[in-house]
Design a protein. Structure first.
Ligand SMILES: Nc1ncnc2c1ncn2[C@@H]1O[C@H](COP(=O)(O)OP(=O)(O)OP(=O)(O)O)[C@@H](O)[C@H]1O
Ligand SMILES: [Mg+2]
Length: 451
């Protein structure tokens, strides 16, 4: 490297600099600049490129293997795709190893040999977990500790159909000088594993640790290299665990897998709506219910708001859990402007119950209902759901999949839905629908119902 060459590289966005910064000037990530290392000399892989004309390709159907868990299969788009690479990220203790061991149990019983690499736990620890989960199989091979080169030897010996890497941060190669777990090492190890697996038709599950911010540790490029990225979330104090598809080359990304952690491992939750709502009858203030669509499933979600006088008059708190805080700030500004309600003197807290992360714009109306209701201490009508997007001018805009949402609310026995104006005619639903055109209509409804 000459003196002028960039010597630091951002592991998140790839920005390069000759100076060190605590915060990346490009993507604003903290502590993401690392010393740039000379690229390793590429090794001869043995794989050869192939030129094809698209009209001459005879596509074979994508092979999908059931994992043994319907919840996990739906998340992947209908089963595990042959020779795909699946990255699973999540906080320590959330249940990554448990889920993979449960999947191994089913796959190995279907005559598939599996090689499970663990760099974090001994074979004995894994055996104890397997006993607790009631798993034993002669086709499940454990390989603990060791290097990438040794792992490759084991792959030759076992010829597995599935390979589990638990975790990529603990694997190391005797051939690279990079530190274990460093971004450069992760990139090299992952590409070597993918190359080995794709050449032999092996499906790979890679466990990745997440940073404090909840992102996969290591370079973002790791996510580009794999076919599927799944994030495991959940409050470790509770037994609920949510698996979310962040990227999927073979299916939709808005699917959720909802599980409960028990002493027998992870169990799928059959009717999640029941889990996320506690206040459907009460009609309390600061609580609004919303039918959220996640892939093929619709479930009713509880949105809670707390608006209180702020002790920090010049800088009130705005805290959103499970909802985009910028979006919340925008909705508060619309309410302030259109309804003349001075939120600027109040602390605002918003919470989506059950540890869910709500990204659906159709939830705007329910969020506004919860915020206004808490601020003015007006009860939100019980047995009701709110569906609608809020425009910057305060109008309530149509949303996608309205009928699907209404159907689920009707199925759950709700009596009323507050919805935007729709252009066509709605199918006859089991519940009453009330049209709201603007936020002023919503405020008027809340005031009327409280009288
Ligand atoms: N006997 C038990 N009964 C119920 N739950 C248990 C029991 N033992 C462990 N667990 C659950 O399993 C979790 C650990 O799961 P697991 O080891 O699969 O997590 P992980 O995501 O792989 O963690 P790490 O990142 O540390 O490897 C614990 O946090 C706990 O919730
Ligand atoms: Mg683990």
């Amino acid at each position: 490297m000459t003196k002028k060459d960039p010597q630091f590289e951002c592991i998140e966005c790839g920005y390069q600099s000759i100076k060190y910064f605590g915060r990346c000037p490009n993507c604003q990530s903290w502590n993401s600049l690392v010393e740039k290392q000379e690229p390793e000399k590429m090794q001869e892989s043995g794989l050869r490129g192939r030129l094809s004309r698209i009209d001459e390709i005879d596509p074979s159907e994508v092979e999908r293997v059931p994992s043994g868990s319907d919840e996990f299969d739906r998340l992947l788009g209908g089963g595990i795709v042959g020779d795909s690479v699946i990255l699973i990220g999540g906080e320590p203790g959330v249940g990554k190893s448990t889920l993979l061991l449960q999947i191994c149990s089913f796959l190995s019983s279907a005559q598939h040999p599996i090689l499970y690499y663990s760099g974090e736990e001994s074979a004995n620890q894994i055996k104890i977990r397997a006993q607790r989960l009631g798993i034993s199989s002669p086709r499940l091979y454990l390989f603990t500790g060791g290097t990438l080169e040794e792992l490759k030897e084991q792959i030759e010996q076992v010829t597995p159909r599935f390979l589990i890497i638990d975790s990529i941060q603990t694997l190391y190669s005797s051939k690279t000088s990079h530190n274990t777990g460093s971004p450069a090492a992760l990139r090299i190890l992952t590409s070597e594993i993918i190359e080995t697996a794709k050449g032999k038709g092996i499906t790979v599950f890679i466990v990745g640790h997440v940073t404090k911010e909840g992102q996969l540790a290591g370079p973002k490029t790791l996510e580009h290299m794999v076919d599927v990225v799944l994030y495991f979330q959940g409050d470790l104090q509770q037994d609920l665990r949510i698996l979310r598809a962040e990227k999927n080359r073979f299916g939709a990304v808005n699917e959720l897998g909802i599980f409960r952690m028990t002493d027998k491992g992870l169990e799928a939750v059959q009717d999640p709506s029941k889990l996320f709502i506690q206040h459907r009858h009460a009609g309390g203030s600061g609580i609004a219910l919303f039918p959220a669509v996640n892939g093929q499933r619709t479930m009713i979600i509880e949105i809670q708001a707390l608006v209180t006088d702020s002790p920090f008059v010049s800088n009130p708190r705005r805290i959103a859990v499970g909802f985009d805080s910028y979006k919340m700030a925008m909705l508060i500004s619309i309410i302030e402007k259109k309804l003349k309600l001075p939120f600027y003197k109040s602390d605002v807290f918003l919470n989506i119950t059950g540890g869910l992360n709500l990204r659906d714009t159709a939830a705007d109306l329910a969020v506004c209902a919860a915020l206004i209701s808490s601020y003015k201490n007006l009860p939100v009508p019980g047995e009701s759901v709110f569906i609608g997007e809020t425009g910057l001018t305060g109008e309530i805009r149509p949303v996608h999949l309205l009928e699907q949402r209404l159907k689920e609310a009707g199925r759950q026995g709700f009596q009323c839905a507050f919805i935007p104006e729709v252009s066509g005619k709605l199918k006859k639903m089991e519940l009453k629908t009330v049209t709201l055109k603007t936020l002023a209509d919503l405020y008027g409804t809340l005031k009327d119902k409280s009288q």
